[in-house]
Each structure stands twice: as structure tokens, then as C-alpha cells.
Design a protein around this ligand. Structure first.
Ligand SMILES: [Ca+2]
Length: 132
């Protein structure tokens, strides 16, 4: 799974954060059990749920903000049964409140930095075409 970041053009809480997953066991009205998918993220202010892998299971994409030198875009690939694989799919440009869009029937993510060296840019992350 590879994303390609494209810089579009211009537009005009510090601290480590964790990203937690909740797994439902039986009755959703009872207490839920928490699974920590990541615990060392820096201001992960974008969270997008969509089936990026095309297997019917919703995956999770989280993007850190630019309060670190190399903010990461992380894809948690849903393998079913509450199991997720963690993949860093881009780093170097963070985002704040990124959104999912469709381009030619393909999922993509668009976002803009909150601060930092890329402030004023808009980034479009598109899935790279696999060449076989
Ligand atoms: Ca999936």
C-alpha cells in the first residue's frame, strides 16, 4: 500500500497522543475492551475510516500534525477479528482535519498543514498504481 503525495497549491495541541481502538464484545451496552493501535503519535489530528485495500473491511488512516519534523501518515489495515497491520505510507508533511475524496473511482485523501514548513500548501494523497 503506497500513497503518493501531491502538493496542490496555497491556502492560507502539542504533545504525544495515542490512538485507541475499541473492540465490541457481545452486548454493545456493556463495557468495551480497548485495544491500543498506536501510542506514540504526535497530534494525530486527522482520522479517516474507509476501505483502502478493497477487501470490504474498513481501514483506518491517521495523519500527524506538523509539530514534529517528520509527521507520519499511518494506515492501519484491517485484517479482521480486531487485528490491524500498521503501515507508514508517507512522512514529512502533516495534516489537520484531512478528508477522504474520490478521484476516478479511487479513494484519495486531501489535507492541509496546520503549521510548519508546508503551511499554505494543500496536499493530495493518491494511491499509487501497482505495476505488474
Ligand atoms: Ca480494507
Amino acid at each position: 500500500m503506497c500513497f503518493q503525495r501531491v502538493t496542490l497549491n496555497t491556502l492560507g495541541g502539542r504533545g504525544a497522543g495515542g490512538f485507541h481502538g475499541l473492540r465490541q464484545r457481545g452486548d454493545p451496552c456493556q463495557l468495551w475492551r480497548e485495544h491500543v493501535l498506536a501510542s506514540d503519535l504526535v497530534d494525530p489530528h486527522s482520522l479517516i475510516v474507509a476501505d483502502f485495500t478493497g477487501d470490504g473491511l474498513p481501514d483506518i488512516c491517521v495523519i500527524e500534525m506538523d509539530f514534529t519534523d517528520y509527521p507520519q501518515m499511518i494506515l492501519f489495515v484491517n485484517r479482521g477479528g480486531g487485528r490491524f497491520e500498521t503501515h507508514v505510507v508517507d512522512e514529512g508533511a502533516g495534516s489537520h482535519d484531512a478528508r477522504l475524496i474520490h478521484i476516478n473511482d479511487t479513494l484519495a485523501i486531501v489535507g492541509k498543514p496546520f503549521t510548519g514548513k508546508h503551511l499554505g500548501e494543500v496536499h493530495l494523497w493518491m494511491l499509487r498504481r501497482q505495476h505488474h
